[in-house]
Design a protein around this ligand. Sequence first.
Ligand SMILES: C[S@@+](CC[C@H](N)C(=O)[O-])C[C@H]1O[C@@H](n2cnc3c(N)ncnc32)[C@H](O)[C@@H]1O
Length: 358
Amino acid sequence: MTESVEDLARRFADFARDHGAGAPLYGQLATYAAAHPEVSAMLLQAPPTQRLPVLMFAAVHDLLLVGAGPELARFYPNLTDPPASGDVGPVFGRFLAEHGEQVAATLATRHTQTNEIGRCAVLLPALATVADEVGEIAMLDVGASAGLTLLLDRYAYRYSPGGDVGGVGGLGDEGGVPLLLCGTRGAVPVPRRRPRLSARLGLDAQPVDLQDPAQARWLAACLWPDQPERFARLRGALKLARAQPVEVRAGDAVTDLASCVDLIAVAGHPVVTTTWVLNYLSTERQRAFVAELDRLGAGRDLTWLSLESPVLTPGLGFLERADEDGSVLHQVSWRSGRRQTERLAVCHPHGAWMHWGA
Ligand SMILES: C[S@@+](CC[C@H](N)C(=O)[O-])C[C@H]1O[C@@H](n2cnc3c(N)ncnc32)[C@H](O)[C@@H]1O
């Protein structure tokens, strides 16, 4: 696709319009970029599919995280408390003029990459319910990124009812692990004890190696500074993961699924999890993913917990309502060759709340 600088400027303007209210800092940066062609044009350094404002913001943020640009860092709520107020645009412009080469190198080589452990708060009640049914669980997280979701039995949780009566309770903090807060509606089956994981494995097209400080830092660089709570939980999860490393294999969600399931299934009932991954696959590959699970489920008991956006994953067959644009948790179970699909909850994309039974 041939894109003009005007196209890219429009992309920044759209970002400012869509996200400026919830993310004021990035809204201001996007407004500045939209009005300055030399800034919008920098995105041309990225491969066509990656020419997104968030990639540019992550490239800048990555440099701030290593101490470059203290003048700009004063405006970042995760780096300065309280952050500076006023017009950040010209400061952003000066930073780019000074660090343009480094930003361009990042744009050319990286794509945005996150690992949001807040989603574990949504998975946990479902996983614990499966554990009550089948006993020990062998978990395979597909699209695992750095593998942080695979530590879901190690985090602390607090579930608090929101608008109406909801599930309440949690699992305690066992020594400084990240505490995940989740607002609930509906009868969330909040577990009283941690599910037992007898095996855990990740599969990802591009696993994040946490032993490499630059890769670990990039996970933080891709978070939005206007959401400071996400940094604290990422820091906590990284600490845990470094102390208790989990394996994430490089491979494809469809092609390498069977070999990974085979590997873990010797240790317990295989539960495959996908959280905001399958939207990266084409509709055809989404169908192939489900077909592969069906094939495996015909031969052994298996569970799939899917936390995805139905509208972005039409190939999964979960799109029941045309206006379904949120995150939805589904459980698909294969027992003695019989497949059963249950819609469990509607959720916040990062797990801040969930509505069980919605
Ligand atoms: C938005 S991240 C979500 C990561 C994690 N599941 C979470 O919820 O934080 C999407 C992940 O899917 C991975 N991915 C994309 N396409 C894939 C594929 N075909 N096979 C395996 N992993 C893939 C990416 O590398 C990335 O780590």
